[in-house]
Ligand binder design. Structure first.
Ligand code: ZN
Length: 151
């Protein structure tokens, strides 16, 4: 006995709206689907400009956010599948994202560890080198890193 195949036609995305807490996608078949932004942590962490900088990919089968390096397929949206990104990957992304905003790195002249959070217990107050770009030598302070990833 054969069961009839169910033909599922996946509609394409036509318009995307991202609010503070919801992602809403208009579909080519006239429907709109809304999901909590918490399903996609990168969108959740993005600012309004980054969230609104999206483009449709593969003829509307997917949505891509360039600034956030996030891709969501209409198929997964309709299937109710949240982002499959691991905590480690997300944490790394958040760290890199935060480091990109830092404009002051300091290290003691006689040390190799760069600090970038002023509240660090070993933030150099005197006899230090300072630069505005991410250092290419030395190491980043673990305490400073912990501070930016803890919130
Ligand atoms: Zn530090």
């Amino acid at each position: 006995m054969s069961t009839p195949k169910i033909q599922t036609q996946i509609p394409s995305a036509t318009q995307v709206y991202v609010s503070e807490n919801m992602l809403t996608v208009d579909l080519s078949d006239g429907r709109s689907i809304s999901v909590p932004l918490g399903w996609y942590p990168r969108l959740l962490h993005g600012n309004a400009i980054e969230r609104n900088n999206w483009r449709l990919t593969a003829g509307g089968r997917g949505i891509h956010w360039t600034d956030l390096d996030e891709d969501i397929s209409v198929e997964n949206l309709l299937a109710g599948k949240p982002s499959g990104e691991s905590q480690t990957s997300l944490k790394n992304w958040l760290t890199q994202r935060f480091l990109g905003t830092i404009t002051r790195y300091r290290k003691r002249r006689d040390a190799a560890t760069w600090h970038f959070v002023e509240t660090c217990s070993t933030w150099p107050g005197s006899d230090y080198e300072e630069q505005s770009v991410k250092p290419v030598t030395g190491v980043l302070c673990q305490e400073c890193l912990a501070k930016i990833t803890s919130n």
